[in-house]
Design a protein around this ligand. Structure first.
Ligand code: SF4
Length: 333
């Protein structure tokens, strides 16, 4: 079993190479109109292995959702490539790609059409792709409802008749209806109560085993990522600043930003003190990112070099890469 999983995890399903997504932002000044560029994602590279759950974490505005949208071609890259099974995704039609990559969205209410019943909503991708007969599509939708913990008698109910957790179950069933290989999950539980979050995460694990799914799991919540993911990339202001196996990242975080994020996880013991100091200030604007290391305006270890020179990702242990000058110099932060 372990060998089989290891061999599944050794094959790359997705490769993101130097992805940049820059948005033009028009503004007026005394000299007329000008265009500046918002660097939402600025040179991100990573691979996702078949069968794994790859986590992408960071604060709001770090570029994680933008990266997810580029992977399903909701956004076109400004620069860089995304390869799925070795082929550039721009070489697939949107319809072909939809059969291979799907997305689960954050808000289970707005992502469902309020005029469609739960069953129709789940069967809709099958209709669009002309899969099977009408009866087969209905049977498949019923099976998917059961797979996600809903009942057949709820087929004709509308989204507003379901709770938030049940709506997200419909969203999950719809996302896997076409049996995609990769599912991009964009904060799929952050709009739900904590007790419901655990149910949906357990459901996602079950479905991953049953349907041999690969997940990219985007979240700002490190506790959730720790539960579900195999490897984790930490993003800050459009860059990956650290990438490692989940255990390695949580046991041995290197980047000051990762340490600060881990420190922000609430501990249910008032006597346990924070080890690394809290993260202060906001993420700078991607319209005007800081020079040098993009984290230097919030980093307690920043030096003159950090303000001038951007660090590159550097391997510190097998499969563990970090972008930080100070760490590579002393490894004692
Ligand atoms: Fe902090 Fe400098 Fe490392 Fe950036 S390169 S994280 S500013 S120590």
């Amino acid at each position: 079993m372990t060998n089989r999983r290891e061999s599944i995890l050794s094959e790359n399903l997705l490769e993101v190479q130097g992805l940049k997504i820059h948005y033009p932002v028009k503004s007026k000044n005394r000299l007329g109109n000008s265009v500046s560029w918002s660097k939402a994602v600025d040179g991100v590279s990573f691979t996702v292995k078949k069968g794994e759950t790859f986590g992408v974490v960071g604060e709001s505005g770090c570029g994680k959702s933008t990266t997810g949208k580029a992977i399903i071609r909701l956004l076109e890259p400004t620069e860089g490539k995304i390869l799925f099974d070795g082929k550039d995704i721009s070489g697939y039609s949107r319809k072909e790609l939809a059969r291979k990559i799907q997305m689960i969205f954050q808000d289970p209410f707005s992502s469902l059409d309020p005029r469609m019943t739960a069953g129709t909503c789940i069967a809709e991708p099958l209709s669009v792709h002309k899969v099977g007969t009408k009866k087969e599509r209905r049977d498949r939708a019923v099976q998917l409802m059961k797979d996600v913990g809903l009942r057949e008698d709820q087929y004709e109910r509308f989204p507003h008749e379901f709770s938030g957790g049940q709506r997200q179950r419909i969203g999950v069933a719809r996302a896997i209806a076409l049996q995609p290989e990769l599912v991009v999950c964009d904060e799929p539980v952050s709009a739900l109560d904590v007790s419901i979050q655990a149910q949906i995460l357990n459901l996602m694990k079950e479905l991953q085993n049953k349907y041999k799914l690969t997940y990219i799991f985007i979240s700002h919540n490190l506790s959730v990522v720790k539960f579900l993911c195999d490897r984790v990339a930490v993003m800050y202001l459009g860059h990956i600043v650290e990438l490692a196996d989940k255990k390695e990242l949580f046991d041995n975080p290197c980047h000051p930003y990762t340490k600060a994020l881990l420190d922000a996880i609430p501990i249910a013991d008032p006597d346990v003190k924070s080890m690394n100091g809290e993260l202060t200030g906001d993420v700078p604007s991607p319209l005007n990112p800081p020079s040098g290391c993009c984290f230097h305006t919030r980093c307690p270890y920043a030096t003159e070099r950090c303000r001038k020179e951007a660090p590159v990702l550097h391997e510190t242990a097998k499969g563990h890469t970090v972008a930080c000058h100070q760490f590579h110099e002393s490894e004692t932060l």
